[in-house]
Design a protein around this ligand. Structure first.
Ligand code: V47
Length: 376
């Protein structure tokens, strides 16, 4: 196949041919892409796939984040947010406090509330079910994307229920989908070194796939830029791709750039722009069965998240409002962006902004009005 002459790295040429003929990339291809310093070449390949799937469309969402508690029994070395039980900096919101947070923003056209917390040893299962039910009563039109696979496994333990029954009880209360956190890097070496108490990779995939089989969509993440090797990144992506072949319930993949400040790994450097863009591009190329790749501006900054829209990403996440996990670890990004700021970033990148709901349905102006009329 005729390849364009501008790949600086000739090793990318056979991958270009595969991309053009829609052939699945191999583990070796993944390593070649990660090792290549031809960032523009890798980005060009990812952009070919991104444009084939989404044209010039770039998605964003009007959402709110809620981190209900930072008390956590896992003690992961990369986390500045979680605090052990009894720590003076630990907090757990009461249900009333949570509802008050939701009520504060009823006048805004929020379509998704994204809920993540630590593994609290004492909060009962009823707290989580009532959290979902109560928020849904306050804002019936909003999609609740709540509890990572790690939290779901913990809730199943607390409730003494199977994963299926736990997810069904939460779904019945109003849970809409699961966020993608807690996957970290599936490598057993990394789990042993950084988060030995955390749910295993097999457990994480089991929760995600159980959710998929119940009709609940989920996201997937990879925390990168700490102790992992490039091969471990590729293996992580390939395990996700294999799981998606089986249950097809992953909506988006979100690479999470490690922020070292205030963590047990504070001696490590922050990720670089080069690596951030490369990760998004390689993910777009390897995860051929994932509909969406998200550049989460909270993690890499609005400017780089914007550039990522031409390096494989098709989604820039959303307004967010009040994120804590990354900011506790030193993120200098704002706590939220306005719709105007998101539109500006997307349009300046030559893309067409599309406001979406959590499930990537395109929202029209009257849908937004409906979300706003949750106000009581
Ligand atoms: O699982 C923890 C990560 C995750 C740090 O599904 C850190 O759309 C960077 O689930 N530096 C939770 N990352 C966040 C999460 C998420 C975020 C954005 C989008 C979505 C989605 C989900 O945050 C954790 C962990 O992997 N994390 N500490 C840190 N120091």
């Amino acid at each position: 196949m005729q390849s364009p002459g501008y790949f600086r790295d000739p090793e990318l040429l056979p991958i270009y041919d595969k991309v053009m003929s829609k052939e699945r990339l191999s583990r070796e291809d993944g390593l070649t892409l990660y090792r290549s310093t031809d960032l523009l070449g890798v980005g060009y390949l990812a952009d070919l796939v991104r444009r084939r799937l989404h044209g010039r469309r770039a998605y964003y969402i009007y959402n709110q984040h809620l981190n209900y508690s930072n008390v956590c029994i896992n003690g992961c070395k990369f986390c500045a947010f979680g605090k052990p039980p009894g720590d003076p900096q630990g907090y757990a919101m009461t249900l009333e406090e949570i509802y008050a947070r939701i009520k504060e923003r009823l006048s805004e056209p929020i379509t998704e509330i994204h809920i993540v917390g630590g593994l609290h040893p004492e909060l009962p299962f009823s707290y989580y079910v009532e959290m979902i039910r109560g928020i849904k009563a306050l804002r019936p039109g909003v999609h609740l994307q709540a509890f990572t696979a790690v939290e779901i496994a913990h809730l199943a333990d607390i409730a003494g229920l199977s994963l299926k029954d736990t997810l069904e009880a939460l779904k019945e209360a109003g849970l809409g989908s699961l966020p993608g956190g807690g996957a970290e890097v599936f490598s057993p070496r990394i789990r042993q070194s950084l988060c030995s108490r955390k749910l295993s990779p097999e457990g994480w995939l089991q929760v995600a796939q159980t959710a998929h089989r119940l009709g609940l969509k989920t996201n997937a993440t990879m925390l990168y830029g700490h102790e992992e090797t490039l091969a471990e990144r590729v293996d992580h992506l390939l395990r996700l791709r294999a799981a998606q072949d089986e249950t097809a319930g992953f909506l988006a993949f979100i690479p999470l750039a490690f922020h070292p400040k205030n963590t047990q790994l504070s001696h490590l450097s922050e990720t670089t722009g080069f690596d951030d863009l490369k990760n998004l591009a390689v993910a777009r190329l390897l995860l051929d069965n994932f509909p969406h790749i998200k550049s989460f501006w909270i993690m890499i900054g609005p400017k780089l998240a914007q550039l990522a829209l031409t390096f494989g990403a098709d989604d820039i996440d959303g307004t967010v409002i009040e994120e804590r996990i990354t900011h506790m670890a030193g993120a200098q990004t704002p706590l939220g962006l306005t719709r105007q700021e998101l539109l500006h970033l997307i349009q300046e990148a030559g893309c067409e902004p599309v406001e979406r709901d959590t499930l990537y349905n395109e929202l029209r102006a009257d849908d937004r009005q409906m979300a706003k009329s949750d106000r009581r």
